[in-house]
Design a protein around this ligand. Structure first.
Ligand SMILES: Nc1ncnc2c1ncn2[C@@H]1O[C@H](COP(=O)(O)OP(=O)(O)OP(=O)(O)O)[C@@H](O)[C@H]1O
Ligand SMILES: [Mg+2]
Length: 343
């Protein structure tokens, strides 16, 4: 595949749109050229309404203006909740037969008619015991892909590639930690995306429909606070046991625990499909990962090594950006991964 030129990675979240421009991406020391984020208009993400797509294009224009970004070459991610991925082993299938076999197998798994779906697969090695090539099948509804093509066109951007949030996050985590086996959790506003890297390949991803906004809402419901006050309490106290007599903890921990139930389920599913052991390391991304106490909580709940993502590791960051990069380290994981894509 052709090498991609330096470009901007754009991550569309339901809470904010984040963009990162990197330079020297083909080298072992890429550098931050620019970055920015803007709030996402309510209900605009994945909307088929042309007006919503125009609103998102306007958000991009605003983001470019506000940050002074100039590079109009971009790579975007489809929100993980609109993507379907599946690990497959194809015993006895020869290399030239993989495409057809994937198509045949995918028919059984993909919950949409295949003529309404864009499908691709990534080769991820070979199981010698079963004489089976391994692939990750990725599918998304053609309508969703079209939405992002429209947004790029409307914003006057040159869309070089579209991929998924978890592929981008996997690249960012692998390049910043060198870790080849890790469970990644991206805590967003509406969703928590979970994905697994094994041997450096993305082998599993799922979107869990509980996000950090549910935590704020639970505080609103329990204490009758307005949203802003609830958001403040969430950010200040998080899930640290024993502060405010454990009142916030007792509201938030059942929600985080319900995410953990899905994470455990995801790991079990991955283990049964791949007959591999689960990675011992967990990395947290997304702004929701800034919740005080979340690392300790998850370490205990899953009995695992948990760390905050630092996708800036190994990227040269000038003084004028140092603060943003340090404070919001995990929040740009997906955008950085998109900007790092070089093939
Ligand atoms: N310091 C903080 N502590 C706790 N939560 C925070 C903090 N800062 C932001 N959040 C929460 O993080 C969420 C937004 O995260 P993020 O920007 O990663 O979401 P998104 O990518 O736009 O959404 P999604 O991935 O669900 O589409 C919001 O719920 C916000 O309240
Ligand atoms: Mg997100």
């Amino acid at each position: 595949m052709a090498n991609l030129p330096d470009h901007v990675g754009i991550d569309f979240g339901t809470h904010s749109v984040k963009a990162v421009e990197l330079g020297s991406i083909g080298t072992n020391r890429p550098r931050l050229v620019n970055l920015g984020s803007q709030a996402t208009p309510k209900g605009a993400i994945n909307s088929e309404d042309p007006m919503d797509q125009k609103r998102l294009a306007d958000v991009l224009k605003k983001l470019y203006d506000a940050s002074g970004m100039k590079n109009n070459k971009v790579v975007m991610a489809l929100p993980e909740f609109s993507v379907f991925t599946r690990f497959l082993e194809l015993p006895g299938v020869k290399e030239e037969e993989i495409k057809e076999a994937v198509y045949y197998e995918a028919k059984q798994y993909i919950p949409l008619p295949l003529n309404e779906v864009m499908m691709d697969y990534i080769p991820i090695g070979f199981n010698t015991e079963r004489n089976a090539p391994r692939v990750l099948v990725i599918a998304a509804s053609s309508k969703v892909v079209e939405i992002y093509l429209n947004i790029a066109k409307e914003a006057g951007l040159d869309l070089l590639a579209i991929e998924t949030e978890s592929l981008a996050m996997g690249r960012a985590i692998y390049k910043s930690t060198g870790k080849k086996a890790v469970v990644m959790l991206d805590f967003g506003a509406n969703n928590t995306d979970m994905s697994i890297l094994s041997d450096g390949y993305l082998v599993f991803s799922q979107s869990i429909a509980i996000g950090s906004d549910s935590l704020t809402q639970a505080i609103v419901n329990k204490f009758n606070f307005d949203i802003q006050r609830a958001e403040e309490f969430k950010r200040n106290y998080g899930i640290v046991p024993n502060v405010l007599e454990g009142k916030i903890y007792s509201v938030l921990s059942p929600i985080i625990e319900s995410i953990m139930v899905e994470v455990r389920r995801g790991v079990e599913f991955y283990k049964s499909r791949t007959l591999s052991i689960a990675p011992a390391d967990y990395v947290l991304g997304g702004d929701g990962a800034l919740l005080p106490g979340i690392i300790e909580y998850i370490s205990k709940s899953l009995n695992a090594n948990v760390a905050l993502a630092n996708p800036w590791n190994n990227i040269q960051v000038d003084k004028n950006f140092e603060d943003i990069a340090r404070k919001g380290a995990p929040s740009y994981s997906v955008a950085i991964g998109l900007a790092l894509r070089d093939d």
